[in-house]
Design a protein around this ligand. Structure first.
Ligand code: CA
Length: 233
């Protein structure tokens, strides 16, 4: 049995049952909540490791559930919603969600996203126990302390901005980061959300990774209209 506990906040009974059945088959520990308030109570009382949130809840908007969770908790949150517009995804991610799945969703994809979160938690926990300053993902290696990036042990020369982008994505591996979040983290709030420039920097960073031997470039995922994500290779 998996040691992680998953909370699903979902008012649609059929979907709740589908999720429950899926987790049961996987041997995952899970709890469910049918309203936002109940979900928030479960987060506080049971301290789940991953929270799935539907945005259309009977008592409150899922976005507000995420914001209230973020007031006191860093638990990974995956949104599962019928709202499929980029604007909705951005709103949810900016409110503090880590990932977004559009209904109707595939059970396999949900499980893959959850496994990615589990890996992130394990990684963060092992980092906390043993603060290593070297990040590895496939052929990519970042030595945070030395400020160096290697692909298959060959050093990759990056500009300071490209390096900051890569480090930000690596520190949030598995998580979709929105354009505005990235520009704020890399350039600061004053810079505003200049998506066009961000795209240029991401393109040069990707080209540099592509020029190297190995699979490093494939860890960078573009979410059109939303942002970027580093996936685990
Ligand atoms: Ca709903």
């Amino acid at each position: 049995m998996n040691k992680f506990l998953i909370l699903s906040i979902e008012d649609d009974k059929a979907i709740r049952n589908l999720i429950s059945l899926t987790f049961e088959n996987q041997g995952y520990r899970y709890i469910v909540a049918a309203t936002g308030e109940e979900g928030l109570m479960q987060v506080a009382q049971r301290n789940p490791d991953v929270v799935l949130v539907d945005l259309g809840l009977p008592d409150m908007d899922g976005i507000d559930v995420i914001k209230r969770i973020r007031d006191w908790s860093n638990v990974p949150v995956i949104v599962i919603s019928a709202r499929s517009e980029d604007a909705d995804k951005i709103k949810a991610l900016d409110a503090g969600a880590d990932d977004y799945l559009t209904k109707p969703f595939s059970v396999d994809e949900l499980l893959a996203r959850i496994r990615a979160m589990f890996r992130r938690i394990s990684y963060v926990n092992s980092e906390a126990a043993n603060p290593s300053s070297v990040f590895e993902n496939g052929d990519l290696k970042i030595d945070y302390q030395a400020g160096c990036v290697y692909v298959r042990d060959v050093e990759l020369h990056l500009t300071p901005i490209e390096y900051k982008l890569l480090v930000l994505l690596s520190r949030n591996e598995g998580k979709v980061l929105t354009h505005s979040y990235i520009t704020q983290q890399v350039w600061g709030a004053a810079w505003g959300s200049n998506v066009a420039s961000l795209r240029v920097f991401m393109a040069t960073l990707r080209r540099k990774l592509e020029k190297m031997e190995g699979n490093a470039a494939s860890c960078l995922q573009t979410h059109v209209g939303v942002g970027y994500r580093m996936i685990k290779l």
